[in-house]
Design a protein around this ligand. Structure first.
Ligand code: LMR
Length: 398
């Protein structure tokens, strides 16, 4: 039955973790997966999560989650995108569903797209998170790309981006990273987002935002939602995938939310019923523990304030590691310009290192990152930053 099945290629991100785990060196560094680590390189359980945990003990009924908790979770998640006083919240014109983290939210949306806009392509940024390609391909949605990154300037290729929006077939779907673009760490300015949003209106494109890192670009949840709010002001119907894997440190719990706006509450209920039907056929319902944690935090003003403080600490640590890596490379008199390390935002630095340099870093220095040169800054610590800078300097100095 299965003789024709060939081994699947390794996942470019998970494969890095596997190579790292197999390396016995005490100096090894994992700069692969974009999940937060503290200055000791350890995964973090946030205090707000611990506090929420103590509140929900005993309240869990292992059969299923109550409709009340689930709809409160969705409502609070959607509020993080559009703001409490937005017309979206007042008019209740959103269809939202708890999803299996950001990946599950994207997958559910892709399925929805295939059912109700069959054959309409989705445009992904070049480059983007590698799994976006898998998700929409497996949902049998035609995948195209739009230009995003400019290699020479190591910045945004805004002109090409705008041209690709203009030249896409009218009414295309576009996946946008609203903040902390993965993998480049380069976000459009507010002014550029306004132009992008205007052009979407002209071409009747649908904006789908994948917001996996809210809070990590600026340290501020509201600021990181600005791009989406610009689109909202312009009257777009918007889709959004949210993940609490990074900003609440809940990667293993798979907590996320998919929301789709509608023209009114009635239409939102119809859309929601279809999303629910699709989810039911794929995995029925998601696990309940993580969502209880998130909804306990978001619905308690003290816990929410605690979370916001902790999120700032995480974002600040990453920013200070960027500065430190940059300073170390400067002190080593690197012949290259490393300004982009401090200019880029969020969890990733798109280093510009090439395949050979990346392979050499793994082979000779036990430093692991994805082969596109993306460094997960969360893996950089006070203790390993000078070793990393020295290694980057050595592999890039000839
Ligand atoms: C990443 O890009 O490393 C993260 O989004 C984690 C993942 O699941 O790939």
């Amino acid at each position: 039955w299965f003789d024709h099945v060939k081994p699947a290629p390794k996942d470019p991100i998970i494969g890095v973790t596997e190579a790292f785990l197999a390396d016995p060196s005490p100096n090894k560094i994992n700069l692969g997966v974009g999940a937060y680590r503290d200055d000791e390189g350890k995964p973090v359980v946030l205090q707000c999560v611990r506090d929420a945990e103590s509140k929900i003990t005993g309240s869990e009924f292992l059969e299923s989650i109550s409709a009340g908790v689930s709809s409160r979770f969705v409502e609070e998640s959607v509020e993080l995108i559009y703001g409490k006083n937005s017309d979206v919240m007042k008019e209740r014109r959103f269809a939202g569903l708890q999803a299996l983290s950001g990946t599950g939210a994207c997958r559910l949306f892709a399925e929805f797209q295939r059912h109700f806009h069959h054959d309409v392509p989705i445009f992904l940024p070049d480059p983007t998170w590698s799994n976006h390609h898998n998700i929409w391909r497996d949902a049998q949605v035609p995948v195209r790309t739009y230009r995003y990154y400019h290699h020479d300037s190591k910045g945004l290729n805004f002109g090409a981006f705008m041209d690709d929006i203009k030249n896409a077939p009218e009414g295309s779907f576009f996946l946008l990273h609203p903040c902390a673009h993965n993998p480049t760490g380069i976000d459009p300015t507010d002014e550029q987002w306004r132009e992008i949003s205007n052009q979407f209106m002209v071409n009747h494109h649908f904006p789908f935002f994948d917001m996996a890192y809210q809070g990590f670009a600026s340290g501020d949840l509201e600021k990181d939602a600005k791009a989406i709010r610009i689109f909202l002001e312009d009257g777009h119907i918007i889709g959004c995938a949210q993940s609490f894997a990074k900003n609440m440190g809940l990667y293993g719990h798979r907590v996320g939310c998919l929301s789709v706006l509608a023209k009114d509450q009635k239409q939102a209920m119809i859309v929601r019923s279809q999303l629910q039907r699709l989810a039911r056929a794929m995995y029925s319902s998601p696990p309940i523990h993580g969502v209880l944690l998130v909804s306990t935090i978001l619905s308690d003003p003290l816990l929410k304030a605690e979370w916001i403080e902790e999120l700032k600490v995480m974002a600040d640590r990453i920013r200070s590691m960027r500065a430190s890596l940059f300073d170390h490379l400067e002190k080593l008199n690197s012949p290259h310009n490393w300004d982009h390390i401090v200019k880029q935002v969020g969890m990733f630095c798109y280093s510009g290192l090439n395949y050979e340099q990346i392979d050499q870093l793994a082979r000779d220095f036990h430093i692991y990152m994805t082969r596109d040169g993306r460094i997960s800054m969360a893996g950089v610590t006070t203790r390993n930053v000078s070793y990393l800078a020295e290694a980057m300097h050595q592999v890039s100095s000839y």
